[in-house]
Design a protein around this ligand. Sequence first.
Ligand code: A3P
Length: 280
Amino acid sequence: PEKYLFKHKGVYFVSDMATPDSLDALEDFEIRDSDVFLVTYPKSGTVWTQHILSLIYYEGHRNGTEETDLLDRMPWLEYNVRNVDWSKRESPRLIASHLPYYLVPKGLRNGKGKVIYVLRNPKDALVSCYHFSKFSHGMEELEFEVLMERFLAGKVGAGLWLDHVEGWFAHRDDFNILFLTYEEMKKDLRSSVLKICSFLGKKLTEEEADEVVDKATFDKMRNDRRANYEHLESDLVDHTKGHFLRKGVVGDWKNIMTVAQNERFNHVFQKRMEKLPFKL
Ligand code: A3P
C-alpha cells in the first residue's frame, strides 16, 4: 500500500493528505474549551454527524439561508482539504478527525474541549470503504477479499478498527467524550440529536430539533449540496464513479461478504469486539 499510505507512529495515513511533520505539529494545536471534535474511524458516519453538528450550531445552515460548504463549516484537523486558519476561527469551532486518541492535540487529551466519537459495525465500515475505493483517488482499488485482509491487518487509513475504537474507549476518562453508534442514529435519529445537544449543552426548541432531524435524513442530505461533500475537489474523488451518500443502511455487509469471509472476519475480530460495550 506504500503509494497510497504512509505509516506514522503506528498508524496509516493517506499520502498527500498529511505529512509526518504536519501530524507532529498537531500535538501543540491549541484547544479551546468550546471546541467540538467529531472523531470517527473512516466510513462510520462522519459526514452525517458533521452535518448534524453543523445544523445544530449554524442557524443559517438549518434554515438554508447560508451557503457555506460543510467542509468549511467543520473542517478536518489532520487532512489538508481546506486551508484553515484555526486561530482566527470563531468559537465554537467544529473540527473533524480520524486520529487515534494518542495523536490528537495534547490539550484535548488533557480534557479541554469536547469529543463526539461515532462508531459503526466494522463490517459495514469495511464495505463502505470498499465502495469508497472506487471513487477515491487516495485509495487503491482492490478486490474485496484483498481489501478485507488489509482491513483485518490494520493496513488501511486510520489503522486497525479495533485499535481505534478500543483506544478511544479505554481513554474515555481523559476526555469529555460522548460515544454514539451509527446503528443507534439510524434507529432513532431524534434521540441521537437530543443526546448530542444535551452533551454539548446546546438548547434547541422542538421545532429546531425537528429541522435538524429532517435535514439530516439520508435522502435530504444526498440532495443537499451543502451537505453531500460533492464540493470535494476532483483531485481527491471522482464523483462520476460514486458518492459519499451511497446507501446509508445497516447490514449492507451481508450483500457482499461470503459465508467464508464472514467467518474469517469473525475469527479475527470477534473476541476483542465482545469486550466492547457497544451494540452494533
Ligand atoms: P454507505 O457507504 O454504507 O452508504 P463517512 O462519512 O464516515 O465517510 O461514512 C460514509 C457512510 O455514511 C456511507 O455509508 C454513507 O452513505 C453514510 N451516511 C452518510 N450520511 C448518512 C445519513 N444521513 N444517513 C445514513 N447514512 C449516512
